[in-house]
Ligand binder design. Structure first.
Ligand SMILES: [Zn+2]
Length: 237
């Protein structure tokens, strides 16, 4: 079908859409037939921006007032401290933008000498007045596996090796119990749970947390996420 060309047909937006539809289809049906992923390592900036448009459209369909509300400010109920792992984040709670203040790093650590960590705690507790702090580890964590010698991230990455020393120390403390677990995946998950408990202990000793706990303003929860099922489990302290 040939239509007279309108000015709109020449707009960059229109060309983008056309280009991306084609590109997108190629990835899905030829390269990644069964992949659930939206982008690939070969994706271009245009692909990323096109995906953003799709996401905005989806949000406007399913949660039509979320951007209007977010435009007025934020008052998140929760501080989420999780691993940077690509397989999970605060969205596993089925929340919308505006609900959770998030802090992610490798192996969900609370590094008390780190200004970023301390600022995150002060801002979320004293300014945003979050009511819950969640430390959420996960199964199959690279930082945890490194300490169990199933892979070695550190040898070529000196900063990473130094960073992961704290998990090595925790492994040594819990070695007896860990060695009783023969299944490698379960052993790694157990160490991830011990790590969540350890980070909660560290949190409970920070003055900003101590003060908020004393006033009954916050609760601290430890969770572990299963990357192979999507389900959260409570880590019993
Ligand atoms: Zn991880």
């Amino acid at each position: 079908m040939t239509l007279p060309q309108s000015p709109l047909a020449e707009s960059p937006e229109h060309i983008d859409h056309h280009h991306h539809h084609h590109h997108h289809a190629e990835h899905i049906f030829e390269d990644h037939e069964s992949s659930p992923f939206a982008l690939t390592k070969e994706s271009t900036l245009r692909d990323y921006l096109y995906n953003n448009k799709l996401w905005v459209e989806k949000m406007n369909d399913y949660k039509p007032n979320v951007f209007e509300i977010n435009g007025k400010g934020q008052s998140p109920h929760t501080l989420w401290i999780g691993c940077s792992d690509s397989r999970y984040n605060e969205n596993v709670l089925n929340v919308s933008p505006g609900e959770v203040f998030a802090f992610k790093n490798i192996a969900n650590m609370i590094s008390i000498d780190d200004l970023t960590t301390k600022s995150t705690l002060e801002f979320s507790i004293n300014v945003l007045k979050v009511r819950k702090i969640i430390v959420c580890g996960h199964s199959d964590c690279g930082g945890i596996l490194n300490s169990l010698a199933y892979n070695d991230l550190g040898s070529a990455n000196s900063h990473l090796a130094e960073y992961l020393t704290k998990i090595d120390q925790l492994r040594d403390e819990k070695l007896e119990e860990l060695n009783k677990i023969t299944d490698i995946k379960l052993r790694a998950k157990r160490l991830a749970e011990f790590n969540v408990m350890r980070q909660l202990d560290i949190l409970r000793n920070q003055s900003v947390v101590i003060n908020a706990l004393a006033k009954g303003e916050i609760e601290l929860w430890g969770l572990v996420y299963n990357v192979d099922s999507g389900y959260l489990e409570v880590v019993e302290a």
